[in-house]
Design a protein around this ligand. Structure first.
Ligand SMILES: [Zn+2]
Length: 592
C-alpha cells in the first residue's frame, strides 16, 4: 500500500447529507412504521392456538427492524463524534433515545408473548426449519422473559428508568463536563478539562507527574459529594430492580449478559492471582529504572527510555496491513479495503470527541472506525484494535441479525487479538535493544492494566454494591473501599494509591452495562489463548478463526471455547496457559 491515504471517513455512502440527511429522516420514519406494525403483529398472536408461520414471520420482521435500528444508531454515533458542536446531531442523539425506548417497549411485548407459549408448543416452534438457527438466542430470550415481572411492571420499569436510572449517568457526564483542572504552565494558571489534564498525566519528569496527579485529585475531591450521589443512586436503582426479581448476587446480571458462568470468572481471577508475583517483579524493576524505592499509581504509565518515532497515517496503515497478512491474509485484505474506502475517521483536528470506537451498519454491511491519529505506537495499537472489531462484524455479515449480537467479553476478543498481532510485530521489528524494551513495555502495560487495574475495579465494584444494599455509601467510605481494592490488586506494591478512582473512572457510572470491567480481562486472556492456538496451528488457523468469530453471538463462552479450542474455561489450565504468554514478556523485559 504505497498510496497516500486520507484519514477522513465517508458517511455519505450510508446516508448522504450529514445531520440534515433526507434519506436518514426517511429511514427513521420507516423504523417508526415498522415498530407500529410489529407491535400490532405481536398483540394479535394467540397463545391458545400456536400458528408457526405467524411466529416465524415475527422473528424475521424483528431481525429486519433491529438491523434498521442499529444502522440508524450507528449513523448518529458517527455524526455526534465527528463534530461535538453539530447541534442537529445532538438532536438526533435525543431522538435516538426515544426510539430506543420504543424499541425496548416492543421487545418487552414480544418477551411476554414468548414467555407465555406452553412448553410443548415452544419446543415445536423452535425446531421449525425457519427458527432452528435461532435456537440459542430464542431459548435465552424465553428464559429471561420467564423471570420477568408482569407486563405492566416491566413497562413501568422501562419508562421510569429513563429519568430515574439513565439520568444519573447523564448527570455524571454533566458534572464531569463542567469540571476544571488547574495547572500552572510557564508561570500561568490554566484551566483544563479532565480529559485534557489526563493526557498530561504521563510526563517523563516525576515532579510534574505528581503535580498533575495532585491537581486532578483536588478537582475530583471538590465534586466527590455530587458524584457519590449519582453513583449511589444509580446503584440503588439497580439493586432495587434485582430485589424485585429476587436476585441476591450482584454478578448475576453481568454474568448473564456476558453468557458466562461464575466458575469461569472464578477460574480466571484465580489464575491471575496465582501469577501476580511475576508482574510485581516488573513493577519493582520499573521503580529501579525510574530510580524510586516504590512506584506510585501515577508512575505506572511513566515513559522509560527515549521518545519514540512517529509514523504517518499511511505508514501506520501499511504496518498494520503487513502484519495482519502474516496471520491472516483475509484480515489484511479487509483492513486494506477499510483504509481505501475511507471507513476510518482518524484526522487530528479540534472539535472531535476524544477516544475511539468501531460501529457497524448491518444493513449496508459496512463499519466505521473513529479515533484521533497522531502517529504514536499507541495510536497504531488503537487502530489495529478497532480494525479487529470491524473484522469481527465483517465475518458476521451474512449471519442472521439475531445471531449477530455478541457480548462485551467476546467483543473484546477480536479487537485484542488484532492489537496483539501488531504489538508483537512492533517488538520483533524493533531496531535497537532500547526500542525493543520500550515496545515490550507497551505489551506488559496492557497486562498490568487487565490483571491489576481492572482487578481493582472489579473488587471495588463487588464490595461497593454489597455495602450499598445496606444504605448510602459515604465519600470517605468509597475512598477507603477504593484504596483497599487497589492495594489488594497491586499486591500492596505501590507507594501511593488513587482514592478518587471511583469518581474519575467513567465505567462505574455507565447504566447500560453493569460491571464494565471483567469482560475486558476475559477478552484479553481469551484472545491470548486463541493467539497461542493460532501459533501452534499455523496456516489452517485463519478459517478456524473466522468460524469461531461467527459463533460468538449464538452460544455461551464455555461452549464457544469447547467447540473451537477444545478447552474447559471453568478449569485453570486454559487461563494459566494464556497468562504464561504475558509472563514471557515480563521475563524478556527483565533480561533486557
Ligand atoms: Zn474494544
Amino acid at each position: 500500500m504505497s498510496v497516500t491515504l486520507t484519514p477522513v471517513w465517508d458517511l455519505d455512502t450510508i446516508f448522504p447529507g450529514g445531520s440534515d440527511s433526507k434519506e436518514y429522516r426517511e429511514h427513521v420514519q420507516q423504523i417508526r412504521e415498522d415498530i407500529t406494525l410489529l407491535s400490532q403483529q405481536v398483540t394479535h398472536i394467540n397463545l391458545s392456538s400456536i400458528n408457526l408461520d405467524e411466529w416465524a414471520k415475527l422473528f424475521i420482521n424483528l431481525e429486519k427492524l433491529q438491523k434498521e435500528f442499529r444502522e440508524a444508531s450507528a449513523f448518529v454515533s458517527c455524526l455526534s463524534a465527528q463534530d461535538v458542536k453539530d447541534e442537529q446531531a445532538n438532536l438526533l442523539v435525543a431522538e435516538r433515545s426515544d426510539l430506543l425506548a420504543e424499541m425496548e417497549g416492543l421487545i418487552t411485548l414480544i418477551d411476554q408473548k414468548v414467555a407465555g407459549v406452553p412448553e410443548k408448543e415452544w419446543e415445536e416452534l423452535i425446531s421449525t426449519p425457519e427458527l432452528k438457527e435461532l435456537d440459542f438466542v430464542l431459548r435465552e430470550k424465553r428464559d429471561k422473559a420467564q423471570k420477568q415481572l408482569s407486563k405492566e411492571v416491566e413497562m413501568l420499569k422501562n419508562d421510569l428508568s429513563v429519568d430515574g436510572y439513565h439520568a444519573w449517568n447523564q448527570m455524571y457526564g454533566t458534572i464531569v463536563g463542567k469540571m476544571n483542572v488547574e495547572l500552572e504552565e510557564d508561570g500561568e494558571i490554566k484551566a483544563y478539562s479532565v480529559g485534557q489534564a489526563a493526557n498530561k498525566a504521563n510526563h517523563p519528569d516525576r515532579k510534574n507527574r505528581k503535580y498533575v496527579f495532585d491537581q486532578m485529585s483536588k478537582a475530583w475531591k471538590k465534586d466527590a459529594d455530587l458524584i457519590s450521589q449519582t453513583l449511589n443512586h444509580l446503584a440503588g436503582f439497580r439493586l432495587q430492580t434485582y430485589k424485585h426479581y429476587g436476585w441476591d448476587n450482584v454478578l448475576k446480571e453481568p454474568l448473564e449478559k456476558n453468557r458466562m458462568k461464575q466458575e469461569t470468572l472464578d477460574a480466571m481471577w484465580g489464575a491471575i492471582e496465582r501469577n501476580k508475583h511475576h508482574f510485581v517483579k516488573y513493577l519493582d524493576r520499573k521503580a529501579e529504572l525510574l530510580e524510586l524505592d516504590k512506584l506510585s499509581v501515577y508512575d505506572i504509565g511513566a515513559p522509560i527510555g527515549k521518545k519514540e518515532e512517529k509514523k504517518s497515517y499511511s505508514d501506520g496503515a501499511a504496518f498494520i496491513v503487513n502484519h495482519f497478512a502474516k496471520f491472516s491474509p483475509k484480515m489484511a485484505d479487509f483492513a486494506q479495503m477499510a483504509f481505501e474506502k475511507n471507513w476510518i475517521e482518524a484526522e487530528d483536528r479540534p472539535g472531535k470527541r476524544p477516544g475511539g470506537f468501531c460501529t457497524s451498519f448491518p444493513n449496508s454491511e459496512q463499519t466505521r472506525i473513529f479515533m484521533t491519529y497522531s502517529g504514536t505506537s499507541s495510536n497504531i495499537a488503537t487502530l489495529a484494535h478497532e480494525l479487529g472489531h470491524a473484522y469481527h462484524q465483517h465475518v458476521m455479515n451474512d449471519v442472521n441479525g439475531l445471531n449477530q449480537r455478541y457480548a462485551m467479553n467476546v467483543a473484546e476478543t477480536a479487537s485484542t487479538f488484532a492489537e496483539m498481532i501488531v504489538a508483537d510485530a512492533s517488538v520483533q521489528s524493533a531496531a535497537t535493544k532500547e526500542e525493543k524494551r520500550s515496545q515490550l513495555e507497551v505489551k506488559i502495560q496492557r497486562s498490568i492494566a487487565f490483571f491489576m487495574n481492572i482487578h481493582a475495579r472489579f473488587l471495588f465494584e463487588t464490595r461497593f454494591y454489597e455495602e450499598r444494599k445496606k444504605g448510602m455509601v459515604s465519600v470517605d467510605r468509597l475512598n477507603q473501599l477504593m484504596v483497599e481494592a487497589q492495594k489488594e490488586a497491586y499486591c500492596d506494591r505501590l507507594d501511593e494509591y488513587d482514592p478518587n478512582f471511583w469518581a474519575s473512572k467513567m465505567h462505574f457510572h455507565i447504566t447500560g452495562v453493569p460491571f464494565y470491567n471483567f469482560p475486558y480481562t476475559f477478552g484479553y486472556l481469551f484472545s491470548l489463548g486463541i493467539y497461542k492456538h493460532a501459533q501452534e496451528k499455523g496456516g489452517s488457523f485463519e478459517d478456524d478463526y473466522i468460524v469461531l468469530l461467527r459463533d460468538t453471538g449464538r452460544m455461551s463462552v464455555e461452549e464457544l471455547a469447547q467447540k473451537h479450542l477444545h478447552v474447559d474455561l471453568t478449569k485453570d489450565g486454559f487461563w494459566e496457559e494464556a497468562i504464561s504468554l504475558c509472563v514471557e514478556d515480563v521475563e524478556t523485559f527483565l533480561q533486557l
